[in-house]
Design a protein around this ligand. Structure first.
Ligand code: ATR
Length: 277
């Protein structure tokens, strides 16, 4: 019998992960399948037992379980510990190990757009939830020396930075309007909130009226492919990067943890783009 992988979250019905991973298994000639598993918080322990017993071989974890799942694992990888969340579970010798591929997946998706002096960039991250935490941890890990987190609830931005920043001189928390008013300072702006996600496609997290010349604007959202935020950025002449790259790369890194094989990222990207139409 083939191996079994899956995505645990709630809701998961609209996820593109099953199509992407199943195609990659086929392409790599691995006898395995990947299914979306709608799991309520109360059933997390039962699911982890199934992975421990070998009924399931590995999973991705998504909203709202990325933090709570950590209680049921045997080991947490250092990067996942730093981010404070797990999106990938691997069984090693009967033990369940939690990893987080969101931050590394994001960095892989953006690196070809960034100049070599990424450490000197002024970076603005909008949002202070789990996705923001993964992105910020990666930037700080890459040695970025100026990172601002702006959030609707400023206290959450403070909390995020207190948890992951080791040098408070390099980081700052702001409200959304403070970020909007000081926008000309930033070289890279990243939206990690769900503002603008389908079906609320007309919404933007902040206005981009004072964008710096040659700024890069990135949105983790991939549905729609071009959010209203990215449209506004493109109209101001900015380079824009949508969320497809992060989605594909986080999935590819999970795939590598499970199988030891690097899947074809171009092929994965095409599947996602085709499905999104
Ligand atoms: P994720 O794990 O995807 O990051 P999350 O942890 O629920 O999701 O975080 C959602 C983020 O989007 C938060 O920063 C949230 O702001 P608050 O901390 O103030 O709640 C932000 N967000 C969600 N809806 C928003 C809206 N309508 N306007 C501004 N920010 C919003």
């Amino acid at each position: 019998m083939g191996k079994r992988f899956g995505l645990i979250g709630h809701p998961v019905a609209h996820s593109l992960s099953p199509q992407m991973h199943n195609d990659a298994f086929k392409d790599c000639q691995i006898d395995a399948d990947y299914v979306a598993l709608d799991v309520e918080a109360g059933d997390l322990e039962e699911v982890t037992e199934k992975i421990r017993k070998g009924e399931i071989d590995g999973v991705n974890v998504t909203i709202p379980h990325k933090v709570a799942i950590m209680n049921f694992l045997d080991e947490i990888d250092r990067e996942a510990e730093r981010i404070g969340a797990v999106n990938t579970i691997v069984r090693h010798n009967g033990k369940l190990v939690g990893y987080n591929t969101d931050g590394a997946g994001y960095m892989q998706s953006i690196e070809s757009y960034l100049p070599s002096n990424v450490k000197d960039m002024n970076i603005l991250v909008i949002g202070a939830g789990g996705a923001a935490r993964a992105v910020c941890a990666s930037f700080l890990g890459a040695g970025v020396s100026s990172l601002v987190v702006a959030n609707r609830t400023k206290e959450k931005a403070d909390t995020l930075l207190n948890l992951i920043s080791t040098n408070q001189d390099q980081t700052n928390a702001m409200t959304l309007s403070e970020a909007e008013n000081g926008l000309e300072k930033f070289d890279l702006i990243v939206n990690t909130t769900s503002v603008g996600m389908s079906p609320y496609t007309e919404q933007i997290p902040i206005s981009l009226r004072k964008l710096k010349d040659k700024a890069i604007v990135s949105d983790l959202i991939y549905n729609p492919l071009e959010t209203a935020f990215l449209k506004e950025a493109a109209e101001s002449g900015a380079t824009t990067v949508n969320g497809v790259g992060m989605f594909v790369n986080q999935g590819a890194l999970s795939f590598e943890y499970w199988t030891g094989i690097k899947p074809d990222r171009k092929r994965m990207t095409n599947i996602v783009l085709k499905t999104l139409g």
